[in-house]
Design a protein around this ligand. Sequence first.
Ligand code: UFG
Length: 324
Amino acid sequence: MARILVTGGAGYIGSHTRYFLEKSGHTVAVVDDLSRGFRQAVPAGVLHSIDTRDRKKLTALLRQERIEAVIHFAAYISVGESTERPEFYFSNNVCGSLSLFEAMLEAGVKRLVFSSTAAAYGIPAKVPIPEDEPYAPINPYGESKVMVEKILEWLDRYREFRSIRLRYFNACGAEPESGLGERHDPETHLIPLMLRAIQTGQPVTLFGNDYPTPDGTCIRDYIHVSDLAQAHIAAIEHLLAGGKSDVFNVGTGAGQSVKQVLAAVEKVTGKKVPHTIGPRREGDPPSLVADSRKLQNALGWRPQRADLERIVADAWAFAQKTND
Ligand code: UFG
């Protein structure tokens, strides 16, 4: 069992990963500046409110907590916002990551799992997407993640700093027993917005129905947040056992269209989703589906909760609890 630091542990994926790490017997410390995360998502005594750009505080914390490995989630994640304020994204996501890596080197901690994204591929030539598709981000958010991936490649080569980069597809759902779930402010993601439309009666807009896909709406690979969390645990345990640096997609390998998601939400909730059809959203690729065989073969990870109705049911249970 190891002592692990989770940055961004008050956020959606970070809080679920912290929950499963503790369940697996690891000891966890969380760093989160709470600019986007929620204090309630972290147990008392575990949270350290530090900006990742504060290298000195991070170094001290790594030493004080005798940290052996880090899972690095802390970042801004909104594509739209990144096009309005690119400098904000590069400062937090790139400078914050570099500061963390410098602190880790100072403290002698050389194992890290990094939260990357399918946005690294931009509009991929091949779908399902294998990891060797070239970097081709089309927005500052994706670029910020690619920059960090490249830093990690050089640190592996010259500093014996071992990392696993996980490129997520569409994280969704919630772990029912944990009390955790998806909360963003503002919310931009499809499933929580559909559930909110049911709860408020305010229609959700479907962004475009003229894509070159079977029903005209975009296709995405929806991956349950608990499966995603388990991929992090497999990755960090692999590094702690002396495994080498690598990069993996984390998705189910199956694509669902926006209209298929809508149908699943209506089936699970038994309610109609008020919606309108709007224009395409800038920067949305028609189809993003992971080829996740590499992760399955290398680390033995399998998605256990890939069924879309299961995902929606877990998200719905959380949405009902938080809006009571
Ligand atoms: N969508 C709508 N209406 C909405 C919100 C979303 O129709 O109100 C559609 C989008 O157009 C897209 C799908 O629902 O086709 C999923 O959209 P999300 O915003 O939930 O997720 P994205 O696929 O845009 O984003 C995810 C991650 C990002 C990452 C991106 C890679 O959340 O961090 O994949 O392209 F950058």
